[in-house]
Design a protein around this ligand. Structure first.
Ligand code: CAA
Ligand code: NAI
Length: 246
């Protein structure tokens, strides 16, 4: 087991990539906290993993709300006394062409995808500094690296995640904390299901490996960046996109 007795918070762990990550980490001996807004799926996933004998906890949180994040972090500390790994995976889309994008949709995506990553990291990092150990993994996107039609708000947040990742790698390197990002390509989850079929087919056709990503493809990258095998890697953005653009 590569991460035995480590404690990991996975935001957005109730669905899609986060859920696959929870499974991958649990199988490596990690105690996993699924921190998600979606209580119905969260509780369902928690029971499913508990039945398999894993140490897993679902906590409802709105990452966009600092008070909610602080409460979640205190709940984790009172149960496990430490946090080794933070995966800032929660995210949303509100796609529209720039001329049609509402201020509300612009702000909502910033609140969750950008401020949510800031909130969770700021709430967790003092406890990692205290222990002199931590792995922070932020979820960017192919859209944040290359841009994407209809995603002004989303691409802005995912590019910002890259900037924050590199800044925090510089701030926390001397504290024993690695900070990296994963930039997934189009991956089979609820998020891509909302895309028009024509656009999704086009996206699949430009992937070198000629298929969409599976949630586990991304989860495996999270695992690598959380493990000791990547202990000399920090401030890196790992593209896990089947080779969309190079
Ligand atoms: N790439 C290239 N062309 C695109 C495109 C894209 N991503 N998205 C839309 N277009 C094209 C359309 O094909 C259409 O072309 P034509 O005028 O030649 O037919 C034109 O742009 C306008 O599109 P719509 O007619 O669909 O305009 P709309 O206002 O009804 O909808 C939209 C606009 C909401 C952006 C819709 O097209 C859409 O949802 N596109 C998909 C956006 C997308 O890729 N989202 C990714 C979601 S998954 C995710 O975000 C995960 C991740 O990190 C990658
Ligand atoms: P998903 O929609 O399946 O899961 C996202 C999870 O985040 C859900 O469980 C949702 O409840 C949770 N969430 C949303 N808002 C929240 C909030 N305010 N507080 C707490 N939890 C909240 O999406 P998916 O695809 O699993 O996405 C995971 C991450 O990967 C996101 O950051 C997304 O932007 C990113 N990503 C996804 C890609 C894809 O193609 N699916 C590609 C590139 C990046």
């Amino acid at each position: 087991m590569r991460l035995k007795d480590k404690v990991a918070i996975i935001t957005g762990g109730a669905n899609g990539i986060g859920k696959a990550a929870a499974e991958v980490f649990l199988n490596e001996g990690t105690k996993v906290v699924i921190a998600d807004y979606d209580a119905e799926s969260g509780k369902q996933v928690e029971s499913q993993f508990l039945e398999q004998g894993f140490d897993v906890t679902f906590l409802q949180v709105n990452v966009a709300d600092l008070a909610s994040v602080k409460t979640m972090v205190q709940q984790v500390l009172s149960k496990y006394s430490k946090i080794d790994i933070l995966i800032n995976n929660a995210g949303i889309t509100r796609d529209a062409m720039l001329v049609k994008m509402t201020e509300e949709d612009f702000n909502r995506v910033l609140d969750v995808n950008l401020k949510g990553v800031f909130n969770c990291t700021q709430a967790v990092v003092p406890y990692m500094i205290e222990k002199g150990y931590g792995k922070i993994i932020n979820t960017s996107s192919v859209s944040g690296v290359y841009g994407n039609v209809g995603q002004t708000n989303y691409a802005a947040t995912k590019a910002a995640v890259v900037g924050m990742t590199k800044t925090w790698a510089k701030e926390f390197g001397r504290k024993g904390i690695n900070v990296n990002a994963v930039a997934p390509g189009f991956t089979r989850t609820n998020m891509v299901e909302k895309m028009p079929e024509k656009v999704l087919n086009h996206m699949e056709s430009i992937v070198s490996l000629q298929r969409l990503g599976e949630p586990k493809d991304i989860a495996n990258a999270y695992l690598f960046l959380a493990s000791d095998e990547s202990s000399y890697i920090t401030g890196h953005v790992l593209h896990v996109d089947g080779g969309i653009m190079m």
